[in-house]
Design a protein around this ligand. Structure first.
Ligand code: CA
Length: 230
């Protein structure tokens, strides 16, 4: 998966061999990689010259990945997409990463190609973040007109299912938790019981039922994400 526009990637990882492997992989795809081996210098580099994507290890000497992320969010003058690498696949760590402002995460060990694909997706999402059209695979959402298409076919959605889909597309490929979705739809005024259930059902009927591949995926115990169908 080579892209026409090379990404400037900053890799903050204290494991020497892993750092070398990741750098070689990105360079093979034509991207430019800078590195840091500890959190403090990584943060300094990210603030001095914001990369297109920051790949940040969670377990770092001195300042860990979560602190780097929080500091970056507090001091950077623009949003730097952050992909957090974690050796621990505990759910709490993942959610903690999001709480500190990571955009995506990958649990070690991971496939190198998946890391490249996720970084491309993050950078693309960031670059198109200001556009009124969001695309995920064949899904196309026009935020200005509120229209949705998949494989060129118009998909009709009521207000709440549309807002769920929009939230998932805006955060793609991230998983959004139930509480993130509920907060996004209703703020602090969430209806009682299981407010998402019927809207998710309606969304599945419209988005996935007419098509071969499922885009709306449930991550058990965590939440929901979109999977690109192309
Ligand atoms: Ca580490």
């Amino acid at each position: 998966m080579t892209t026409l526009v090379p990404l400037r990637v900053l890799l903050v990882e204290d494991h020497h061999a892993l750092r070398a492997n990741i750098a070689a992989l990105f360079e093979a795809h034509g991207h430019v990689v800078d590195f840091a081996a500890d959190g403090r210098s990584g943060l300094r580099m990210a603030l001095a010259a914001p990369p297109d994507v920051l790949i940040l290890d969670l377990g770092l000497p001195g300042m860990d990945g979560l602190e780097v992320c929080a500091e970056l969010r507090a001091h950077a003058d623009r949003h730097v997409p952050v992909l957090m690498l974690t050796a621990r696949d505990a759910l709490d760590d993942k959610l903690l990463g999001f709480g500190h402002g990571a955009d995506d995460y990958l649990v070690k060990p991971f496939a190198g190609e998946e890391l490249v694909a996720r970084c491309l997706a993050l950078a693309r999402r960031h670059l198109t973040g200001t556009s009124h059209v969001i695309e995920v695979g064949s899904l196309r959402i026009d935020r200005r007109s509120g229209t949705v298409e998949r494989q060129g076919q118009r998909i009709e959605l009521a207000h709440s299912p549309y807002r769920i889909l929009l939230a998932l597309a805006e955060h793609w490929p991230r998983t959004l938790t139930r509480s993130e979705l509920i907060h996004r739809l209703w703020g602090d005024e969430a209806p009682p019981s299981d407010p998402l259930r019927s809207h998710l059902y309606a969304l599945r009927q419209a988005l996935d039922r007419p098509f071969e591949r499922t885009m709306l995926v449930t991550i058990h115990g965590v939440g929901f994400r979109l999977e690109a169908d192309a």
